[in-house]
Design a protein around this ligand. Structure first.
Ligand code: B12
Ligand code: SF4
Ligand code: SF4
Length: 331
């Protein structure tokens, strides 16, 4: 019979497996209620910064306590995988820009099977081990676990940033009953920088580290119902974004150190990092299905994408006059 691995050895082997599966970073946090986040999450919800993302309210308790998601949980494994390929945005007024995360395949489909393999491996080591894997698919505060697991710090733009791989990465977590060696959180390296707050086209970063989701371009173009029209001030500040927004990460100096992804799954389909607005407006359901099969963009549905294109069209017709946002921060 194989010798049982010590906690340290089990953790080391597990991390090796994560890197072998193609993750760019992995860290471990001790599973405990997120007491220090409770107050901040409550204020965020009270202020209505979640907009119509009512699931954030409904799942509040579970988000704050991983034991309500998996009663036997002892450790939270957090992985990060970069999605920034060598492709770059171009500024073409007839097109709408797609945020980097949406260029290729749906990240849930890319990361979740690999996390399934991690859970399976844990069961091979500890037969009665219970694990649950999530990639933005459950009531888990992934960024807060990433912070605790030392993947990076939470930047003033509210994304997790790593000094080694920047912030253009997806997070995934495995809640597990396995006892693992936790990592230490790292320091905040934002310093006196405010580039993200200054650059946000809609002023959604209402104070350092706090995002009013209901002002974020990402929220309006991805999360709202296709029948929802954007308020005028949002429409006028779309800054050319058709689906999602990368501005607060594009301007972040730490993304000079980002790790380029060579994963074919994240390469832009047809090499396109933006879509012609006229092509979107005349797209048929069949074309949409074919073009965006297993893509994050299918979440918006054709009606949502067309609505975004219409909103962008009208924002081009009546651009904001005095404080038009500088769009030229794409390398
Ligand atoms: C809801 C959600 C959104 C919402 C709200 C975003 C937000 N910042 O909360 C919207 C639709 C706007 C959105 C947009 C995007 N999202 Co999103 N989203 C989520 C989701 C489902 C939940 C996040 C959450 O819990 N929000 C609630 C608020 C309260 O959390 P918070 O920002 O961490 O708030 C904390 C801080 O404000 C902090 N705080 C308050 N005051 C202070 C003061 C100090 C000093 C400090 C240190 C902290 C602090 O306390 C709060 C509570 O802990 C996660 C997946 C998940 N299950 O976790 C993905 C997730 C966060 N999204 C992700 C991505 C990629 C994006 C986009 C980049 C997509 C795009 N290109 O358009 C944008 C980025 C926008 C931005 N600047 O954050 C990734 C982020 C990866 C990373 N590197 O961090 C995640 C983790 C998905 C994933 N699995 O990869 N998203
Ligand atoms: S994603 Fe865009 S709109 Fe949202 S906070 Fe960042 S810069 Fe502002
Ligand atoms: S742009 Fe500056 S303030 Fe914003 S997250 Fe990056 S380092 Fe922090």
């Amino acid at each position: 019979m194989d010798a049982v691995l010590t906690t340290r050895a089990l953790t080391d082997e597990l991390k090796k497996l994560c890197f072998a599966l193609g993750f760019d970073a992995v860290g471990i946090a001790h599973a405990e209620p997120l007491d220090s986040e409770r107050h901040r999450l409550d204020i965020w919800l009270e202020k209505g910064y979640h907009g119509t993302m009512y699931y954030m309210e409904r799942t509040r308790d579970k988000r704050l306590d991983p034991h309500l998601v998996l009663a036997s949980v002892k450790s939270v494994i957090v992985v990060a995988e970069s999605y920034d390929t060598h492709f770059r945005h171009t500024n073409c007024p007839e097109n709408g820009k797609l945020s980097r995360y949406s260029w290729g395949d749906d990240y849930h489909d890319v990361l979740l099977p690999k996390l399934g393999r991690v859970a399976e491996w844990l069961t091979e080591q500890i037969p009665d081990c219970e694990s649950k894997a999530y990639v933005d698919t459950g009531p888990v505060m992934e960024k807060q676990w990433a912070r605790r697991a030392g993947i990076g710090w939470q930047g003033k733009n509210t994304n997790i940033i790593s000094r080694r791989i920047g912030s253009f990465f997806f997070l995934g977590v495995v809640l597990t009953s396995a006892e693992l060696e936790p990592d230490e959180p790292i320091a905040d390296y934002c310093g006196t920088c405010t580039a993200c707050l200054d650059a946000c086209p809609t002023g959604a970063l209402v104070e350092p580290y706090v995002l009013d989701g209901s002002r974020c371009i990402s929220y309006w173009t991805i999360e709202t119902k296709p029948t929802t029209e954007f308020p005028t001030d949002i429409r006028q500040r779309l800054d050319g974004w058709l689906f999602g927004c990368d501005v607060c990460q594009d301007v972040c100096p730490w993304n000079r150190f980002r790790k380029e992804s060579h994963n074919e799954a994240f390469m832009p389909r047809l090499g396109e990092t933006s879509l012609a607005l006229n092509a979107v407006l005349s797209m048929t359901e069949e074309e949409f299905r074919q073009r965006f099969r297993q893509s994050p963009i299918k979440r918006a549905k054709l009606a949502g994408l067309k609505r975004n294109a219409r909103m962008l069209h009208t924002s081009i017709e009546c651009p904001q006059e005095s404080d038009a946002h500088e769009t030229d921060h794409f390398r």
